[in-house]
Write a protein that binds this ligand. Structure first.
Ligand code: HSE
Length: 304
């Protein structure tokens, strides 16, 4: 049997309000993926924790597909034809916390390490973005921190930084799933210029205020006109939850990725904000719980 490696990958929240498909943040909630590459064409996949009843343990498994992509890319698919994969998942599935990005990034990083690191993090970002379709979850999963990512002629670029203020994350997790595909199909092909202008200013303000550590500017920086208004119908009570979070003291609040989780950004009052958000969901007939998280600094890394 070959060598085994274990990788820890953070969950992520994409968009962060105005940064549709561009901004993301790495959260202190994790999946562990342990990989052994095999020379023979055998596949064993074990799943524990979140997604235990939903994640396929055969050829359809996203982590395995990602490993195969990396092996082909590095011309190692003749040498390694099988794998043993153990997934221990803390990130809820299909809720907007980057569970598929974590599966992809954990698998790519593990296979890359076992091959002797032929790719650097930018190389991993390219393959991960191709697999995920957009860079805003895989970038923070790889680099940690707050990330600005974009595609330049199909090549992803990413800038990662830690905000210069202690920003905490309160995530309200409703008890239903929403696929990214369904949430993306709610979006229009074109948006009004005034909505684009609304977001450009706020996305720039958000990054500037985080880099400066200016909490006062953040109060207007998390709003969005490009995707949330079209997706609101998919999340009962979304704007009530937004209001409740702000009234309880949040600096800003947004859909987490494509939802249905709602994320509040705050410097304090985390529990009060979490209770206010879940109560607002309950008033709209939706069961929910909340997570109080920080910003993960490291991104995907080896666990000794
Ligand atoms: N930027 C993506 C979206 C994130 O909002 O559709 C979802 O993974």
């Amino acid at each position: 049997m070959g060598k085994t490696i274990k990788i820890r990958v953070p969950g992520t929240s994409a968009n962060c309000g105005p940064g549709f498909d561009s901004l993301g943040v790495s959260c202190t909630i994790y999946n562990d993926l342990e990989l052994t590459l095999l020379h023979e064409p055998a596949l064993q996949i074990f799943v524990e924790g979140e997604g235990v009843d939903n994640i396929p343990t055969d050829d359809r498994n996203l982590a395995w597909k990602s490993i195969q992509t990396l092996l082909r890319h590095c011309k190692a698919d003749e040498e390694y034809k099988g794998a043993i994969i153990r997934m221990k998942n803390g990130i809820p599935l299909s809720r907007g916390l980057g569970s598929s990005a974590a599966a992809i990034v954990g698998a790519l990083k593990a296979a890359n390490v076992l091959l002797g690191n032929p790719l650097d993090r930018r190389g991993l970002l390219k393959i991960a973005t191709d697999l995920e379709g957009h860079p805003d979850n895989v970038a923070p999963a790889i680099f940690g921190g707050f990330t600005v990512s974009l595609l330049n002629d199909g090549i992803p670029e990413c800038f990662s930084f830690m905000p210069r203020l202690l920003l905490n994350l309160v995530v309200a997790v409703p008890d239903f799933h929403l696929s990214t595909k369904a949430a993306r199909s709610a979006l229009p092909l074109d948006v009004p210029l005034k909505d684009a202008v609304f977001n450009v200013g706020r996305a720039a303000l958000l990054v500037g205020a985080l880099l400066k550590g200016n909490a006062a500017f953040l109060r207007n920086a998390f709003d969005d006109a490009l995707h949330q208004p079209y997706r609101a119908k998919l999340i009962p009570g979304m704007y009530d939850v937004f209001r409740a979070a702000k009234e309880a003291g949040a600096l800003g609040v947004a859909m987490s990725g494509a939802g249905p989780c709602i994320i509040a950004f705050t410097t304090d009052s985390m529990d009060a904000i979490g209770h206010a958000m879940t109560e607002a969901f309950h008033r709209n007939g939706v069961e929910a719980h909340f997570l109080t998280l920080g910003i993960d600094k490291r991104g995907a890394h080896i666990v000794k």
